[in-house]
Design a protein around this ligand. Sequence first.
Ligand code: DHB
Length: 373
Amino acid sequence: MLGRLLELAGIEAVIIERRSPDYVLGRIRAGVLEQGSVELMDRAGLGERLHREGLDHNGIELSFDGDTHRLDFTALIGRHVTVYGQTEVTRDLMAAREQSGATTIYDAEDVAISGFDTDHPVVTYRKDGQVHTVECDFVAGCDGFHGVCRASIPPDAMRTFERIYPFGWLGVLVDQPPVAPELIYAHHERGFALCSMRSPSRSRYYVQVQSDEAVSNWSDDRFWDELRARLDPATAQRLRTGPSLEKSIAPLRSFVTEPLRFGTLFLAGDAAHIVPPTGAKGLNLAMSDVAALAETLETYYRDRSISVLDTYSPRVLSRIWKAERFSWWMTSLLHVFPENGDFGRRIQRAEFDYLVGSLAAQQSLAENYTGLL
Ligand code: DHB
């Protein structure tokens, strides 16, 4: 998205990607777009398929030990979200780049950055056995939590804040219609479960598992039995199962780096911060980061204003911390934390009951979930 926004502003950018196009397009990622992310796709001139195929969702369902409660975002605050896979967003962006002839280098090995404490940063990479060098004005570190950009910053030049949760999400993709028209976030004494979807005929389901759990321990049958056990009986009975198209485990983590600019290097997306997936904020935060970064760079090139570069980090960090709070809160409400014992579960039940009885609490959840941060 950053590449596209810069291209539309007449700023040349090269994307250097460690993986192949097929690998990138084969990864199953998030699925819920806030209105701001949809608007950004429109601004990028790439909203056509999204508006055609995306599913507008006016609410979500919460389930606690089988008691269900629907949150109607549209009635509560007049907003909605759109279900459209991150993989499809990536596909649309890649196709646009291909069409316009903008440069993306795939299968780049040994990517390294240097000189970002000067006005002449340099990126090097190896491809087909040859070392290549890109000289540039700025480096945008959009290379994820395990990427080289944040790892290249001297540790004493940044602060990091982190919480690792003692569990992960086991996810399954299946060619079956979704069990319900809206997403269901379920708390159960056996652990959290989420019913999501990618289209009217393709569903995505998750269950909380221990962080050291191996995918190989989970046959499809075991997954479906565990999911059913965590849903309210009526939903469990409606569930349509089938062979998994994809099955993987993702760890849960909250993480923030500060600041997000070091000289001529900027961090954005998962390179800068991680949210646990509960609340569907990861992709949307990355989108709002790069919208702000593109605007910052546009102003810089238009006005040659060095001072505008200082505005990026504080501007995006305020939204990042709000999304961190919400994702942490929703994770805390819905998962089982063995170390918190029975007291912890009673507090979670009280939080659910409070939410169900409080219009203000429901509006707050709706605002955060739909991205009114
Ligand atoms: C999906 C993932 C999430 O983290 C979430 O909160 C909702 C949906 C998904 O993959 O569909």
